[in-house]
Design a protein. Structure first.
Length: 272
């Protein structure tokens, strides 16, 4: 691959919606990785009912699927449990219970650049990386997740497959999916002799509209709205366009998947 392609891929891998975490496990100023448990997470800004799953059931998990807004733990075709990406405590706790205690790195806001968030990054076996943010990102996520390998060893001794939507894994050749995807769902990096792509596999993290806005009281839905969009409306639409389409994406070297990640927007014009 050319140096330009490597830079483009690196930027895409590191660009979390709220900041950046290094692929080799070091974050910010390079604090050494140390073992950590879920108890070391700070209070979750969003309160959720705890996921209740016994160790006996968790032991049977043979695959984890990264969806746009959650991690799904499965045995065969059956869902054992699911962790919302709005809930950092449950996400880290379930992974620790299944995969063993993660290595941990920390970053303060602004470490390593203006786009670095404050948070803690957990890594299991060089295969799963979760950045737990001190404060939820604008999209609503409390974590950023990257999958770097096709399997990871569980603490119970078996291999756990790591997939994205529709079973896509690191190492898969997805040239057909890239070819058939609409341009709005894919981005290309590099040159003709050193190609790389980002492909949106499943959308998520749709911008939330203001629920407090009053309904239109001018009449029934059959009437035509002849009002002129305000500058505020135009600015909002422009800002939404700059954010691209968010969700879970695959990054490739040529057409082979190297990283699965969420949130990971395509065609985002803003880096943080």
């Amino acid at each position: 691959m050319t140096f330009r392609t490597v830079l483009a891929l690196s930027a895409a891998v590191l660009a979390f919606s709220a900041g950046t975490v290094a692929v080799d496990g070091t974050v910010g100023t390079g604090v050494a990785a140390t073992p950590a448990s879920a108890a070391e997470l700070g209070p979750d800004p969003v309160h959720h009912e705890p996921v209740r799953v016994t160790n006996a059931k968790l032991k049977r998990v043979d695959s984890i699927e990264l969806d746009a807004e959650s991690l799904v733990f499965r045995r065969g075709d059956k869902t054992v449990t699911e962790a919302s990406m709005r809930d950092s405590r449950t996400t880290v706790s379930l992974l620790n219970r299944l995969l063993g205690t993660a290595s941990r790195t920390q970053t303060a806001e602004g470490d390593g650049g203006a786009c670095f968030p404050a948070g803690t990054t957990y890594t299991w076996g060089g295969a799963v990386r979760v950045a737990a943010l001190t404060s939820p990102a604008a999209a609503g996520n409390a974590v950023e997740i990257r999958v770097l390998r096709e399997t990871v060893r569980s603490r119970f001794g078996g291999d756990v497959e790591l997939t994205g939507p529709d079973g896509v894994q690191v190492g898969d050749d997805i040239r057909t999916a890239i070819r058939d995807a609409p341009k709005s769902d894919r981005m290309s990096f590099g040159s003709a002799d050193a190609r790389a792509f980002q492909l949106l596999l499943e959308p998520g993290w749709a911008p939330q509209h203001d629920a407090a806005s009053p309904p239109d009281s001018r009449g029934t839905g059959t009437e035509t709205d002849t009002s002129t969009p305000s500058d505020t409306d135009t600015d909002t639409e422009s800002a939404a366009a700059d954010l691209g389409t968010n969700g879970v994406s695959a990054l490739t070297d040529d057409t082979t998947v190297t990283v699965l990640g969420s949130p990971m927007p395509v065609h985002a014009k803003r880096t943080c």
